[in-house]
Structure formats: C-alpha cells, structure tokens
Design a protein around this ligand. Structure first.
Ligand SMILES: Cc1ncc(COP(=O)(O)O)c(C=O)c1O
Length: 461
C-alpha cells in the first residue's frame, strides 16, 4: 500500500520506496570524507552548476500553482511571500497527505495490530525511508524523527555531549550559528565546566576557514556548523570542515535546516557525524524533522526522553531500551506530520534538488543587483557561495518599520535578529530585514518587491 500522497506530473519522478542501492544495505561505516567523488558543486557551489541542475526545462509557473496560499491577497494586494527561510509554504500534495492521513489512516503508530494501526505505522516508517534516501544515509536506522532541528540539537547535546564533556573541554561553533546550534551546547558547557569557542567570519559573511581549522585544538571535543546561514545565505564548505574535524577525531554536527530545502544533500559525501533538518522549512508540516547520525554514535548514546515506544522491557528494577532509532522516539509521534513530510520529500525530489538550487540561484542573481542599486540599502551576506537569502537594511530605517510597511504592500519578509544574536552583534545592528526566496517565487515578484521598497523609502524619507 502506498498511503502517501501521489505527486503531480513533475519531470523527474521520485524514487519509490525500496529503490536505490543505499536503502536496506548492511550497515557499514561511511567512507572518510574525500574517498567518494563528492559532487562538490552541489554541496558548496550553490546553483551555477556542473551538476546537471538547471531550471530552463521546468514549468515553474505550473509548480507555483501547487501552492494554494500563493493565490491569496494580503491588505488587498497579491501576496508576495519572501519568508521561506522562516517557514516554507506547503504544496497541495503535502496538505492532502496530512488530510488523507486523518481521513483514511489515522491510528497510533507501532501499537495497534489492527489495519489502521498498520497503515499509520507504514506511513510513519515510510517517512523514515524517504528521509534516509533524501539525506544519503547508509541505513534508515540512522534517521531519528524529531520535531525539528531544535529538538535534534538538544538530543545531541544531552545524549551525546553531556556524558562526554569535562572541565576545560570546548565546543567550537561559528559566528553565524542559529541559536539552536549555540544554546544547547552552552547549557551542556554550564553543566560540565566546558566552554564555547567561536570561529570568526569576515565582513562578507564568510567563515574564515583557516581560523576554524586553527581553532580545532585538542580541548575541542565537538563542533557545530550551520550548512547554510539563515541570515546571510552563506553556504559553508562543510565537506572541508568535516575532513579537518575528522582528521582530529572531533565529531561535527551540521545544521542543515536551511540547506535541505534548497540543495542536493549527501551526508556520506559531506563526511560529518550529525546532520539536522527541519520539515517546516522544506515544504513539510511544522513539528517534523530529523537527526541523521552515524550508527555507531547513535548506538553509543543513551536515550534522551523516556516513556512509551522507546523500551524493550520495563520493570521497577530497570528498563531495557529499544534499538536505534526507536530508543530516541519516546511517546506518540506526529504521524500525520510525517505523512506530510514524506509527501514533501517526494515533492522536492520530484522537481529535483539540483533544479531547485539552479532556479533559486537564478532568482538570487536577478534580485541582488536590483537591491544593490537602491540608494542607502545595505546587504548583509555577500559570499560568492550563497543561497537565496538576502538580509538588508535601509539607512535610518528600523527593520521592523520596513517589514511592516512592506507587509502593507503585500510583501512578507522577516525582520528581527533571526535567532542569531551573535551575528547581529558582529554587524553592530539589532535586527535586519530578510527576504528569502524559493523556487516558486518569480522575477515579477522580485520587481514588485523592489518597487515596494522604493515606495517605502519615499514614505520614510
Ligand atoms: C539555521 C537554522 N537552524 C535551526 C533552526 C531551528 O529549527 P526548528 O524551527 O526546527 O527548531 C532554524 C530555524 O529558523 C534555522 O534557520
């Protein structure tokens, strides 16, 4: 039975469950970074591509029509949604998959032997297969289903780091991390007497890679790096960073929240140890996400939450736990959400991640010079390897005022610190406005956005 959503007539049909040589293969250690011919351009090069990704042959307007919300008006104006880095919009295939779960298959997973229970479990476990294939995992058991990236980093913090850190140890992060990749480590450092070290960035918003490598000193026992910055759009060279960490025996967690919706991914080729994704930024429902980790790390980690579903036996003398990944999935999961996330992964793969990356790069190339031409507009994050995220400010205008006036024009952008206080401190600003593009946006929307900024500037001048 395939209870997941069927997706529309996209050019590259998604792989079906069971296809693909990775899935179901016996467990083996991943190759060292560099052993496999990694498609470097895919991983760090954005979308000007040597990878076959292109956008010309795809009917993007037809794809846009999959997103019901994009037809609505806001303040009497057509909605121009430029806030995908905050949360993406959902295509009807995802909405229908969630709806279908509740209408046709709703039951608790892994508990009931009745038909609905089996269907719900098949849908939930099918989502794990989808995520494993999407991320290039060696095995489906390396995927822990979480409520998102924040839960994934906290799981790693409490289950992996807490038992290992001691006074004097350090955790290395970069200046451009999201709070989800700072605060959990800080909490553990506080409990253990370890400390945080920070690798610097330059004015363009690029990680200074040599400094990151220099910072990998013996007291560093763990490192966390964002793959794509949610503020700057910078695409970090995670494969190179993973190689350097691995040489020194330092586990590396990559926060892929902003990469998974936009770039082809292969955790084996990256060579990291942990990788986190969040469903709501990749066209899936809120409250879904995943932690990928190397199997031997998951095996060595104690459970984080205790309760139903994660045990083998329980008595008042003690409990034995289920195997990975179930020992990390206590309680009733968001099964309907994962039905939606499976449909989202199908949907993205149906278009093709390289094609999505290419289209978004086109949109970025279209938007950047038009924004740069606006007098008094400053862009934060001008790295050459950059995803379609544009943070900006206009001289003398507060980010919130700008975002509020743009909203009156129907344009949804985010204003604020973007859960990246240390990055705001680096640039000496309390907040920025951020326009984040997705493959369903159009050049016409970018023109309308640029015109709206022009009108707002005049109003505030
Ligand atoms: C880079 C990055 N990391 C982590 C998160 C947090 O993810 P979640 O919403 O799944 O907790 C976000 C969300 O804004 C993000 O952009």
């Amino acid at each position: 039975m395939n209870a997941r959503g069927k997706i529309g007539p996209h050019p590259n049909p998604p792989p079906q469950a069971g296809e693909g040589e990775e899935r179901g293969t016996p467990l083996s250690l991943p190759p060292l970074a560099g052993e496999e011919p990694a498609p470097e351009a895919l991983l760090i090069g954005g979308a000007r591509r040597a990878d076959g990704g292109e956008s010309g042959h795809i009917d993007w307007i037809k794809i846009r029509a999959d997103f019901p919300i994009l037809t609505r008006k806001v303040h009497g104006k057509p909605l121009i949604y430029l806030d995908s880095a905050n949360t993406s919009q959902r295509p009807r295939q995802v909405i229908e998959a969630v709806d279908r779960f509740y209408r046709e298959h709703n039951a608790n997973v892994s508990r009931a032997v009745h038909q609905l229970g089996e269907e719900a479990t098949a849908i939930y476990e099918g989502a794990r297969d989808q995520l494993a294939a999407f991320l290039g995992a060696n095995h489906r058991d390396e995927i822990v289903m979480t409520s998102g990236t924040t839960m994934a980093t906290n799981l790693v913090a409490y289950s992996y780091l807490l038992p290992r850190l001691k006074p004097g140890d350090a955790v290395l992060v970069t200046r451009m991390e999201h709070h989800a990749d700072i605060v959990p480590w800080q909490l553990i450092c506080k409990l253990t007497g370890a400390h945080i070290k920070v690798a610097p960035i330059n004015e363009s918003g690029e990680l200074i890679v040599e400094k990151f490598i220099d910072a990998l000193t013996p007291e560093v026992k763990f490192a966390g790096v964002v793959h794509v910055s949610n503020v700057l759009g910078t695409i970090n060279p995670v494969k190179e960073l993973a190689r350097e960490c691995r040489k020194r025996g330092i586990p590396l967690l990559v926060d892929g929240s902003q990469a998974a919706p936009h770039l082809p991914l292969d955790v084996k080729a990256i060579g990291c140890d942990f990788y986190c994704v969040t469903g709501h930024k990749m066209c899936g429902p809120t409250g879904t996400g995943a932690l990928w980790a190397r199997r031997e790390l998951l095996d060595a980690m104690p459970p984080f939450f205790g309760g139903g579903e994660m045990i083998r036996t329980v008595s008042f003398d003690g409990t034995t736990f289920a195997d990975v990944p179930h020992k990390f999935e206590a309680g009733t999961p968001n099964a309907a959400g994962f039905a939606g996330l499976a449909a989202a992964v199908d949907y993205l793969q149906g278009i093709g991640m390289a094609n999505i990356a290419a289209r978004e790069h086109e949109l970025l190339d279209y938007a950047m010079p038009r924004l740069e031409a606006i007098p008094g507009l400053r862009i934060f994050g001008t790295a050459p390897h950059k995803a379609a995220v544009i943070s900006f400010l206009i001289d003398g205008v507060h980010a919130h005022d700008l975002a509020t006036l743009l909203d009156q024009e129907g344009v949804a952008v985010r204003s604020g610190h973007h859960c990246a206080h240390p990055l705001m401190q680096f640039y000496g600003v309390p907040a920025t406005c951020r326009a984040s593009l997705a493959f369903w946006n159009t050049e016409a929307e970018i023109d309308a956005f640029v015109d709206a900024i022009g009108r707002v500037r005049k109003l505030l001048a």
